[in-house]
Design a protein around this ligand. Structure first.
Ligand SMILES: Cc1cc2nc3c(=O)[nH]c(=O)nc-3n(C[C@H](O)[C@H](O)[C@H](O)COP(=O)(O)OP(=O)(O)OC[C@H]3O[C@@H](n4cnc5c(N)ncnc54)[C@H](O)[C@@H]3O)c2cc1C
Length: 436
């Protein structure tokens, strides 16, 4: 490290892991001039990814995003807008591609940022496993832009139905491929949205049968990564919401208005949303010989350093980190991202002072799945309590607490409390869903 400037720590990705880490590091190192902290993202705002399905039905909007320019100014780190495009490990440079506005005018040019320590936190993308037609005919839910597009698509579909613009079609089929937490939560959120729109002028939706929602899952049950008990409870909730669960059904091909299952079944589908599985963003595969694992994620050691370069760390969904307890890898979850961000703040302090590095240990605190605005199923774990499964209002509160904790980490407790109080007040005076 050169002596002329404080060590340059560059974090790429302002998501659940990256923004949390930048906030923590600015406080412990940046503000004390012990390191220069820079956060890079291709978007100007942060949207907490586990809420994307709520953005996708209009339950959340622009007010729920965090401006990265304002956040960096308040917390004292540098924010750089740019699309991460690669690394030059020898020169220690992060390569950024241009980001353009919707009219294709460049907002940020091609650039290179020097680093002494680099943390990659660029998340993941949906994995369609090369399924025929999926890329062309499915909507995905990976980014704020996709969430906003899906919101417009769903609203426009309901409007067309109401106004007769769909012609003879009097039933909408919405298929969600993938019965993990994302698919389940999205299906429940769309069902609640239909009820809401029915009460706000789209009268044809008064009959719940007009919008048929189905989840297509290849495993024998939804939420196959969680316990059978949680899966059964969630399936029951889904049935109560008139959501069809097609478990043990593998999608073979997707067409513009239908999906074909292995074994020959052909299902009508006005709108198909792909929410099955994840993989690392493509750029990860071309990172100056860094080692990748099965889903294209960056292989990391227990210190969270990438296996080929001690100055480069990877955290969150884009990292493949061993989970010794389960003889597998840590799952792509907000809980992992948050724990790794917290750990990395200490780790970077050790790194820049040349002290011995620590080993990351994940503590699984359980799972929470929301199946409507007031319903949720929780399986909480702890050494003292074992596993407790519960549902309903309390589980929903626990689910909201997850987001509140993230807000406390990145905004500070006071700001998070004020924001939460304002949200509750606004929900009482304006429609729950965005209707435009
Ligand atoms: C709909 C949905 C619901 C979910 N629900 C839950 C849940 O209930 N509980 C749970 O634990 N997990 C949930 N998850 C998973 C959770 O959101 C992720 O595990 C978590 O967000 C991972 O954090 P991350 O920081 O690694 O990535 P992200 O939060 O995805 O952040 C990645 C960041 O990198 C930026 N980025 C990506 N590529 C580039 C590039 N080339 N250049 C510049 N910037 C880039 C992105 O803009 C983004 O800001 C859900 C996911 C989805 C999609």
């Amino acid at each position: 490290m050169t002596k002329s400037h404080p060590p340059r720590v560059v974090i790429v990705g302002a998501g659940a892991a990256g923004l949390n880490l930048a906030t923590r590091l600015s406080k412990s190192l940046g503000r004390k001039n012990k390191a220069d902290i820079t956060l890079v993202d291709e978007n100007l705002s942060h949207m907490w990814k586990p809420s994307l399905h709520e953005f996708a039905v209009g339950n959340k909007g622009n007010d729920d995003e965090i401006s990265l320019l304002a956040h960096s100014h308040r917390h004292g780190y540098n924010f750089r807008l740019g699309r991460f495009a690669g690394i030059d490990r020898e020169k220690r440079l992060v390569k950024l591609d241009t980001v353009s506005d919707p009219e294709n005018r460049p907002l940020a040019p091609v650039r290179a940022l020097p680093y002494d320590v680099l943390v990659l936190a660029i998340g993941s993308r949906s994995n369609d496993f090369g399924t025929d037609g999926a890329a062309d005919h499915c909507m995905m839910l990976d980014t704020p832009t996709q969430a906003k597009r899906l919101q417009a698509e769903i609203l426009n579909l309901f409007l067309r139905l109401e106004t007769g613009a769909l012609g003879d079609i009097d039933r909408i089929d919405i298929s969600i491929v993938g019965g993990g937490a994302t698919g389940v939560e999205l299906a429940a959120e769309i069902r609640e949205a239909t009820q809401h729109f029915a009460n706000h002028g789209i009268e044809k939706l008064q009959d719940p049968k007009v919008v048929h929602i189905r989840i297509v899952e290849a495993s024998p049950r939804v939420l196959s990564a969680l316990s059978e008990k949680v899966s059964q409870k969630v399936t029951r909730h889904l049935e109560e919401l008139s959501i069809e669960v097609l478990a043990g059904a593998r999608v073979e091909r997707v067409e513009s208005h239908s999906i074909h299952l292995e074994g020959g079944a052909n299902l009508p589908s006005t709108l198909t949303i792909w929410a099955a599985g994840i993989k690392a963003p493509d750029v990860v595969g071309s990172l100056d010989k860094l080692e990748c694992g099965s889903l294209g994620r960056l292989k990391v050691r227990s210190t969270l350093q990438t296996t080929k370069d001690e100055r480069i760390y990877a955290i969150g969904d884009c990292a493949e980190c061993a989970w010794a307890e389960k003889s597998s890898f840590l799952p792509p979850r907000a809980q992992v991202a948050a724990q790794q961000a917290e750990f990395m703040e200490r780790q970077i302090r050790e790194h820049v002072s040349g002290r011995k590095l620590n080993e990351f240990e994940y503590i699984d605190r359980g799972s929470l799945v929301a199946v409507s605005q007031e319903g949720a199923v929780a399986a909480l774990m702890g050494k003292a309590i074992g596993t407790i499964t519960f549902e309903g209002w309390l589980a929903r509160r626990a689910y909201r607490y997850l987001h509140f904790r993230h807000e406390c980490s990145v905004q500070g407790r006071l700001r998070a409390l004020v924001q939460s109080a304002l949200d509750s007040a606004m929900k009482r005076i304006r429609p729950r869903l965005k209707l435009h």
